[in-house]
Design a protein around this ligand. Sequence first.
Ligand code: GLU
Length: 373
Amino acid sequence: MRDELLKQATRVVIKIGSSLVASRDTGLRPEQIDRLADEIVAIQASGREVLIVSSGAIVSGIKKLGLKEYPKSLPVKQAAAAVGQSRLMWAYEKSFERLGVKVAQVLLTHHDLADRRRFLNARHTLSALIGFGVIPIINENDTVAVDEIRVGDNDTLAAEVAHLVDAELLIILSDIDGLYTEDPRKNSAATLISLIPDITEEIEERAGASSTFEGTGGMATKIQAAKKVSEYGVATLILNGQKAGLLPHVLAGGPGGSLFLAKERRFTSRKHWIAFTLRPRGTMTLDPGAVEALARRGKSLLASGILNVSGAFDVGDAVSCLDQDGKEFAKGLVNFSSETLTQIKGLKTAEIQQQLGPQEYEEVIHRDNLAIL
Ligand code: GLU
């Protein structure tokens, strides 16, 4: 199962962690970049389509600016990203050029992905690049991205890209071997789990307490990335990118790393985007009848089923639907602002008309804009 999947995956997104390509003391690591480029080009030459999501801009920038430590202030971090990104890209450019392969820089923010038109535009651009045999090298546009427009970490960005380009496999390369049964530093009997059919709550919890799994932080975002893409039918491989030759070896069916299987795809791209890319701007608590109508009977949401509205949102924003226990069970795009909904919650369509006059929409969330989680 594992071997087949790894051998057959055609479109792959490879996330390269900062520690693989840069160090704070020495800056970029050209020898590592060359080795990774060699391995990635070999993978591409075997008939696969490859996209890279690479970190390392900030770490590389720290060295270039001569900073003593990891910057705390945002403008300095962004300055480091700006000087580091061009150096990072230049290193990739040179390295892939040796092998006759063209690369392209693509910088994205959450904003680019949360706007459906920009999302589709990015998808078309990336497809065009792949069509030319170019390897896109993607990073977050750290220089301009702050807070609400930031994806925040590249594990998550790589997951978003895997969905964006309809990949079959997401590969997360870092300096860890994968997911262990226990903390290998504390228990020598700990073994690497090579296949994870399902990301259970237990796995998520253990990854949350990151130090029980690995030396450096970050297992939690990797597991969350795997979970996100698994809902879209994409498998995730976590692999140690420090080990020369491991990547092509594992893709050829050899042992190594941890593979998280995908679930059957439940959503269209658009509904997956609503469910996993968009951030909810508010919540609506629904009565049991409305919960049942949405979750079991595929209905749209009407104002009469809404008990409570919180948050400040506008027409077209993503909003979470909660049951009476406060559990989020659906997410959708609303046809009314939070202000209007506060006035009309619990009311029937005729009552709304009496109160506010004729409305453009009857549904608060149309079923086509609703993802049941
Ligand atoms: N975008 C950041 C950088 O290139 C890295 C973010 C991350 O590692 O998750 O420096």
